[in-house]
Write a protein that binds this ligand. Structure first.
Ligand SMILES: NC(=O)c1ccc[n+]([C@@H]2O[C@H](COP(=O)([O-])OP(=O)(O)OC[C@H]3O[C@@H](n4cnc5c(N)ncnc54)[C@H](OP(=O)(O)O)[C@@H]3O)[C@@H](O)[C@H]2O)c1
Length: 338
């Protein structure tokens, strides 16, 4: 037990947030978690079943559209972990982001994420919370001119160019990061920004197996086709979600930590990822082989990530752990293995 301080996790029912809650409880913290409806028992019961939750987890309802709704969860907290701003892919009427004009794209895709983040930050300021650990994404790390080796300093997307090109979902996260940086600088708060991509590993809520990265392995484990008919030429960055949570906690616990940190283990070609999946799943769902050679995977400089002192699992270990866990019929087999 490192401390009995209280941490607020905004987005406690999410893939990232629930793992931060789990890691924080394991380390002895009191946790105030938020979700839009804290009374939703389909989510709440899995969080309240975590070790330590009965004594040290309190769940609050809060919506990123309403700053004051975070006040109660932030009261007395030493830090906030913001993981309640998932990407927006569609406008309110269901139009895909790619089909929107500049005004609607900004108003309905980019601004809600930016304003949602600022709403949480305004509440942290009101409640005197000095440490902010924000979950962003490597989707904010695509500069207009590609770089040979990405660092947190050189891999910065250009939001104006992305918005001008109609890439509103791509622009969300860098706009959010910029707004958060300006706010925290102006209000004397320490800000760390974590940048994950594809996360695997055991999840806390069964719903996290239904979409996103885990749905790929769930389908492949059943022998069903996943995302691809043939192996793509590109690459994907991967990390274990528990290691991502550990990076969040490490960024909070090191008072010198500040700024952006990659939260990925490494990037592999899809060809190599599928070769690794093939060691654990039936052949029936695997895509047709890649015709030709893969593109070179993204290269990262992990100096800053490693400065946080978290020993991360390599990709084969992460995939093996995830597949083994799925074979154990988590959640009583209701999801995943069927
Ligand atoms: N999952 C990935 O593969 C991935 C990869 C890279 C980066 N990220 C980043 O990680 C962060 C968290 O993503 P995630 O995958 O954990 O998302 P998630 O599983 O969809 O969870 C989102 C969390 O935010 C809450 N939430 C959603 N809308 C909200 C709103 N309007 N107001 C308040 N709370 C709201 C959700 O709670 P309720 O729905 O219960 O209200 C839930 O707790 C995001 O910034 C995302 O871009 C995720």
């Amino acid at each position: 037990m490192t401390s009995r301080k209280t941490l607020c996790v905004a987005g406690a029912s999410g893939l990232v947030g629930s793992n931060i809650v789990k890691a924080a409880l394991e380390r002895g913290y009191h946790v105030n978690g938020t979700m839009r409806d804290a009374g939703d028992d389909d989510k709440r019961r899995y969080l309240m079943a975590l070790p330590g939750a009965g004594e040290r987890l309190t769940l609050f309802s809060a919506d990123a559209g309403d700053s004051t709704s975070f006040d109660a969860a932030l009261e007395g907290a030493d830090a906030v972990f913001i993981a309640c701003l998932p990407p927006i892919y569609r406008a309110q009427d269901g139009t895909p982001a790619s089909g929107l004009d500049r005004q609607r794209g900004y108003d309905e895709i980019v601004r809600p994420v930016e304003e949602g983040c600022l709403n949480v930050l305004r509440a942290t300021d009101c409640q005197g919370v000095g440490n902010v650990i924000l979950c962003s994404s490597t989707s904010s790390t695509n500069p207009p001119e590609p770089v040979a080796v990405k660092t947190e300093a050189n891999a910065v997307s250009d939001p104006e160019r992305q918005i001008a090109a109609g890439k509103f979902t791509a622009a969300e996260k860098i706009v959010m990061e910029r707004a958060a940086r300006e706010f925290c600088e102006g209000h004397g708060q320490r800000l760390c920004i974590l940048l994950p991509t594809m996360m695997l590993g055991p999840v806390v809520l069964p719903r996290h197996l239904e979409n996103g990265s885990h749905s790929l392995l769930v389908r492949l484990s059943r022998g069903e086709q996943g995302w691809h008919q043939s192996v793509p030429a590109g690459s994907m960055s991967v990390s274990h979600v528990a290691d991502v949570a550990a990076l969040f906690l490490a960024a909070y616990e090191d008072p010198r930590a500040q700024g952006r940190y990659f939260a990925v283990y490494d990037s592999w070609s899809w060809r190599d990822l599928y070769a690794e999946f093939a060691r654990h799943v039936p052949a029936s769902g695997l895509p047709a082989p890649l015709d030709g050679e893969p593109e070179a995977p993204t290269r990262f400089d992990f100096t800053r990530r490693d400065s946080l002192g978290v020993a991360m699992r390599d990709i084969p270990t992460t995939i093996a752990e995830t597949c083994e866990w799925l074979k154990g019929h988590p959640f009583g087999g209701a999801v995943g293995q069927g």
